[in-house]
Design a binder for this molecule. Structure first.
Ligand SMILES: Cc1ncc(COP(=O)(O)O)c(C=O)c1O
Length: 356
């Protein structure tokens, strides 16, 4: 049965498996190899490995394009940024993953790129910044502000302006958002997050339905060498198998938690993009937010997100986070635990934080 006829919840389970042959393994095994016997498709392992192929086949089928996997989300981001010629302009969200912004700022400081920062949720402002740009970088929802972009509109206007449109779809996963189907040229994922889903690997992926772009991205990976480890690729595929059920549970938890948090004393704002598993809880200042992070017991204070376990972090504890992110903003990565336990721990920490 061709993959495209299957629903995404099925594809996460079925794609990237070896052929169904008697005595064959159900899962693509981990292939530890630096070289393969000459004469076939695989020769040197910086250019290919069957364990990567399983992950790439699955993510490609889900996003509707060709996937090139990388050693990290940042390696994927870097490979995509390298598609534009030196001297080009890139339209970039004012809030996005802080090191995507830092990478672009570094390129700008070195005189290699012009960076045009916009509010990615304001489509008119994004379009106004497009003339002459080579690339429009969309992150949606954004990390950690949780702004949501109109991908279909921005992809169409980027194309009309002669710019490539790229969507970092890490927070949405291929199950909640399919940017290529909405007209975008390239999708980027930090596979580290929800796709792998267990906080035990760092990996990235680029997916595009333009063969020429896929070829350039693949060439970049081979030359720069930020290749996935086979064990990491295996773990990511294993995590992907349960993405649909993890997402269903964690998303339901996130929506319910947003409602309960809004009713809690001391809460200035709860940001909920309405889908996905990440929320932002805004308290009055850094000290209040730090007290909550110190008081939780079940929630784990940690950076990163998208694991089965719930984690939280005050984002401005990083000096590199955008100054327009409130000092009291706590990013919540909602996991698959019981909602009542998650809510009790967080609401208890909020109440405790107010008495000191
Ligand atoms: C939206 C987003 N894109 C990219 C990255 C970078 O991915 P990695 O940490 O896998 O390099 C992150 C990491 O937090 C992220 O949140």
């Amino acid at each position: 049965m061709p993959e495209q006829r299957l629903r995404p919840e099925t594809v996460v389970v079925s794609a990237g498996r070896p052929p169904h042959v008697p005595s064959g393994p159900l899962n693509e095994p981990v292939t530890f190899a630096s070289a393969f016997v000459a004469g076939g498709d695989l020769e040197y392992a910086r250019y290919g490995n069957p364990s990567w192929t399983a992950l790439e086949d699955a993510l490609g089928a889900l996003e509707g394009g060709e996937c090139v996997s990388f050693a990290s989300g940042m390696a994927a981001v870097s490979a995509v940024v390298a598609l534009v010629e030196p001297g080009s302009a890139i339209v970039v969200p004012q809030h996005a993953y802080q090191h995507t912004l830092a990478l672009l700022d570094g390129e700008a400081a070195a005189g290699r790129l012009e960076v045009r920062r916009v509010d990615i949720a304001d489509a008119d402002a994004v379009e106004a910044a497009m003339p002459g740009a080579a690339m429009v970088w969309i992150e949606s929802p954004t990390n950690p502000a949780l702004e949501v972009a109109d991908i279909e509109r921005l992809a169409a206007s980027a194309r009309a302006a002669g710019a490539l449109s790229v969507v970092d779809s890490t927070f949405a996963t291929p199950l909640l958002q399919r940017p290529l189907g909405q007209g975008a040229d390239v999708v980027v994922h930090s596979v580290t997050k929800l796709i792998a889903g267990h906080s035990d690997v760092v990996l990235g992926a680029v997916v595009t339905d333009a063969p020429e772009l896929a070829e350039r991205i693949r060439h970049h990976r081979g030359m720069h060498g930020a290749i996935p480890g086979p064990m990491e690729a295996f773990l990511a595929v294993r995590g992907l198998r349960t993405l649909a059920v993890r997402l269903e549970r964690a998303s339901a938890n996130a929506r319910e938690l947003a409602v309960r948090l809004r009713a809690a004393p001391g809460v200035v704002e709860v940001r909920d993009p309405g889908f996905g598993t990440v929320l932002a809880l805004v308290l009055e200042d850094a000290a209040a937010a730090d007290r909550v992070v110190e008081r939780v017991r079940l929630w784990i204070p940690a950076t990163s997100l998208g694991g089965v376990e719930s984690t939280l972090e005050r984002r401005r504890r990083w000096a590199t986070e955008a100054p327009t992110i409130p000092e009291g903003l706590i990013r919540l990565s909602v996991g698959i635990e019981h909602i009542d336990d998650l809510a009790a721990d967080l609401l208890g920490a909020l109440a405790g934080a107010r008495v000191v």
